[in-house]
Design a protein around this ligand. Structure first.
Ligand code: PLP
Length: 454
């Protein structure tokens, strides 16, 4: 048994963390999360923290589900690994692909597995370009994405993404990917412009990019239905139907990244269903296993899948762990639990509306809050110095970090992204859990306000 101090010293000596300033981390030492149960995580000192982020947007069924451990155990004993190359398959990815196809929008019937959302997006980029090559249009390979998009951390994922800081460290992006404006009315809407008109204007940026490149050179548009890591940016209702219309008009494929929104978070199995979008590919990961195992699934629409079959020829792409039998067994059990406990319907009809109502009633009026946005079990809280003028605090991001630190100290985990606080709770939250979250968050906002206005 190691003490916290010993673990922190070992961590500092040997463990490089994702998305971390290691100089800063050295100064404070990591908080050691050592166990979790239901909606709570616990650190090595026994502190209980309500997990308002479901880990990293993934633990939809909450922690401590022994049924998933049992499913993994049974599969490991039966068949811990075999690949899906060599014209072989194994039962769990086979059955999982069928299950996903049943839950997905009607035009989707095929699934390609990987281990992470980033891998799934890499697959998607290669697949849409391969599709156009099979269709005899290899030059149709440009992909349009958006500023502040997050599509993963591999080189293709980073290239698709629209995070400036990440591009700055890339040393050369994957060619032929361009970025257009995001549908973020709070900062990009014009004075007097309705949400509806803003949505159409943001969609027009995609049409302009297609016209600039020439439709004959554009393979696809990719977007998160709701930009997640970029700040839970919920587009106006006019945006996605217009994007769909534009993609159809110019014969541009529509790729959705539902790594965050997939498997119940929006109150439907997929945001495509919540928003009425018909996509050619849908990237999913995270809540597919509720994070209990690394697994991603790229959902492939009939248009692309039928070309693969009709034209033939090998698609030179795959991972050792594509369709890992243990991860797929865990995913099957996870989806069974989500279904059995009616979580998706509950978010749609009960807890989702309650979450929205409480955040609007209790959090939105706070002096530091410029806007609260919610969709299903996703929320963004814009932090401002002045509610009326929307002026931010001087140093970008620092106010949100101050609130986050107070929130954690008060037993509530949420994320700070720029000047936006993010929540993405497990789907198991009840009305009582939502009340508890609001209590803890309000306390953090008050304490932070005292610090920030000192
Ligand atoms: N796409 C979106 C929308 C994401 O939010 C993420 C991760 O947060 C990814 C892709 C990348 O997934 P992973 O971290 O599993 O590679």
């Amino acid at each position: 048994n190691y003490s916290l101090k010993q673990l922190q010293a070992i961590d500092a000596a040997h463990h490089l963390h994702p998305f971390t300033d290691h100089k800063e981390l050295r100064g404070i030492g990591s908080r050691m999360i050592t166990r979790a149960d239901g909606p709570f995580i616990y650190d090595s000192e026994g502190k209980e923290i309500l997990d308002g982020m479901a880990g990293l947007w993934c633990v939809n069924i909450g922690y401590g589900r022994s049924e998933l451990a049992d499913a993994a155990h049974a599969q490991m004993k039966e068949l811990p690994y075999y690949n899906n190359f060599f014209k072989c398959s194994t039962p769990t990815p086979t059955l999982l692909a069928k299950k996903i196809a049943e839950l997905a929008p009607k035009n989707i019937n095929q699934v390609f597995f990987g281990s992470s959302g980033s891998e799934a997006n890499d697959t998607a980029v290669r697949l849409v370009r391969h599709y156009w090559a099979l269709e005899g249009k290899p030059q149709k390979n440009r992909i349009i994405s958006r500023q502040m998009a997050y599509h993963g951390s591999t080189i293709a994922g980073t290239s698709l993404g629209g995070m400036e800081g990440m591009h700055g460290q890339l040393g050369g992006a994957v060619p032929n990917i361009v970025h257009v404006m995001m549908p973020y009315a709070y900062e990009l809407g014009l004075p007097g412009e309705s949400d509806h008109d803003f949505g159409l204007r943001a969609a027009k940026a995609v049409e302009d990019a297609i016209l600039e490149a020439g439709a004959e050179n554009v393979a696809a548009f990719i977007g998160e239905p709701i930009q997640g890591a970029g700040g839970v940016k919920i587009p106006p209702a006019s945006y996605w139907p217009e994007i769909q219309r534009i993609c159809r008009k110019y014969d541009v494929l529509l790729m959705l990244d539902e790594v965050i929104t997939g498997y119940g978070r929006t109150g439907e199995w997929f945001a495509a269903q919540s928003m009425g979008i018909e996509a050619d590919t849908i990237t999913t990961a995270k809540a597919l296993t509720s994070g209990y195992q690394p697994l991603s699934a790229l959902l492939v629409g009939d248009r692309i899948a039928s070309t693969l079959v009709e034209k033939g020829g090998e698609f030179y792409h795959g991972y050792t762990y594509s369709g890992h039998p243990v991860a797929c067994a865990v995913a099957l059990k996870n989806l069974e639990i989500i279904e059995r406990e009616g979580m998706v319907e509950r978010v749609k009809n009960d807890t989702g509306p309650y979450f929205a109502e409480k955040l609007q009633a209790r959090i939105a009026p706070h002096g530091l809050v410029g806007e609260v946005r919610t969709f299903g079990f996703l929320a963004a809280i814009e932090i401002v110095k002045d509610k009326k003028t929307r002026e931010r605090f001087m140093e970008p991001g620092s106010a949100a970090v101050t609130i986050r630190d107070h929130a954690i100290a008060n037993g509530m985990m949420l994320r700070a992204t720029g000047d936006t606080m993010i929540m993405s709770p497990p789907l198991i939250w009840t009305r009582d859990t939502i009340d508890m979250a609001c209590d803890r968050l309000l306390m953090a906002l008050d304490l932070a306000e005292a610090d920030l206005r000192r």
